[in-house]
Write a new protein. Structure first.
Length: 223
C-alpha cells in the first residue's frame, strides 16, 4: 500500500478547495444529470443526521455512486483502486469527491481497516454489499463484509434500492440514455453487536438482503 497516496488523499479531502469542488459537483449532478435521467427519490430523510453511516445500495451501473452523491450533504467516502490516484490532477479531483486509495487485490482485512478508520472519523461510507455490478432486479447472495464493517464500527447501515440505471447505462455503455431512474432509501439498520459470531453476521446479512430486495421491488414498481 502506498501510504503517501493515502496521506495525500486525506489532506486533499480536508481542504476548503476540495469541499468547494465537491459542493459544485453535487449541484451539477443534481441539476443536470438528475434532470436528464428524471431521477425520483423516496426516503431521503433516512440519510439526515451528522453521525457516521454506511450507505449500502444495489449495484447495477457505474451511474449508481454518481447519482447518490446529491442525496447527502456530507461527502460520501468510497474506496477506489490505487492506480486511479497515480495521475495527480485526476487524483486530486477523485480525492475531493471522497475517493480513498486501496491496493487492488489487497487483503480484505486491509480494506476493512481503512474503511473502519474512515467511519470512526465520522464519515459517510459508500459500500456495495453485492461486491460488483450485477444484472436484473433480483438481489443475490451478499458478502458478509458489510455486516462485519458495521459490527466493528458500530455504525448503522442504510439500504438503498436503485432502478433504471442498468437500462440507462449498462455494462459496456459509455454515455447514459435518458431512462427514468428511481431511488428508494430504506430505514437505517442498526449495526450487529461488536462481538457477533459469524452465524449472527449471516442472519444480519440476510436481513439486509430482504430489505434491499423490498426496496428494489418498490423502486421498479414506482419507476
Amino acid at each position: 500500500m502506498n501510504e503517501e497516496l493515502q496521506i495525500r488523499a486525506q489532506k486533499i479531502a480536508g481542504s476548503k478547495a476540495a469541499s468547494a469542488v465537491y459542493a459544485l459537483t453535487r449541484v451539477f449532478l443534481r441539476i443536470f444529470l438528475w434532470s436528464y435521467l428524471r431521477v425520483e427519490v423516496s426516503g431521503k430523510e433516512n440519510l439526515y443526521g451528522k453521525n457516521a453511516l454506511i450507505m449500502a445500495p444495489v449495484h447495477r451501473s457505474n451511474l449508481d455512486s454518481i447519482l447518490l452523491a446529491p442525496l447527502h450533504k456530507r461527502r460520501m467516502r468510497t474506496l477506489a483502486k490505487e492506480s486511479l490516484f497515480k495521475f495527480r490532477p485526476f487524483a486530486w479531483y477523485l480525492s475531493a469527491l471522497g475517493g480513498f486509495p486501496i491496493r487492488r487485490g489487497s487483503a480484505d482485512r486491509e480494506s476493512m481497516k481503512i474503511a473502519k478508520t474512515l467511519l470512526e472519523n465520522g464519515s459517510t461510507l459508500l459500500v456495495f454489499p453485492e461486491g460488483t455490478r450485477q444484472e436484473g432486479n433480483q438481489i443475490g447472495e451478499l458478502f458478509d463484509g458489510t455486516a462485519y464493517l458495521a459490527a466493528k464500527s458500530g455504525v448503522p447501515v442504510v439500504p438503498i434500492g436503485i432502478y433504471g440505471t442498468e437500462k440507462a447505462m449498462g455494462s459496456g455503455s459509455k454515455f447514459p440514455k435518458p431512462y427514468k431512474v428511481r431511488i428508494c432509501v430504506g430505514s437505517p439498520i442498526p449495526a450487529p453487536d461488536k462481538n457477533s459470531k459469524r452465524s449472527s453476521l449471516g442472519s444480519w446479512t440476510q436481513q439486509l438482503t430482504l430489505e434491499l430486495q423490498a426496496l428494489q421491488d418498490s423502486a421498479q414498481t414506482s419507476a
